[in-house]
Design a protein around this ligand. Structure first.
Ligand SMILES: [Zn+2]
Length: 55
């Protein structure tokens, strides 16, 4: 069997309020829907929804 190169896939999550705060998280292959996490935004000084974004 050929050895597969392990690629680390990171997903970029962007704050939906200011669009400035960015989080990076590992995405498991089981997740196909867009990730949406509540993270603390240092710009808004509160927890906001951070959504997965594409390049
Ligand atoms: Zn924000």
């Amino acid at each position: 069997m050929a050895t597969k190169s392990k690629k680390k896939k990171f997903t970029k999550l962007v704050c939906q309020e200011c669009k400035k705060s960015v989080y990076f998280t590992k995405k498991t292959k089981a997740v196909e829907d867009k990730l949406q996490l509540s993270k603390f935004c240092k710009f808004d000084q509160k927890h906001t929804m951070h959504k997965e974004t594409k390049k």
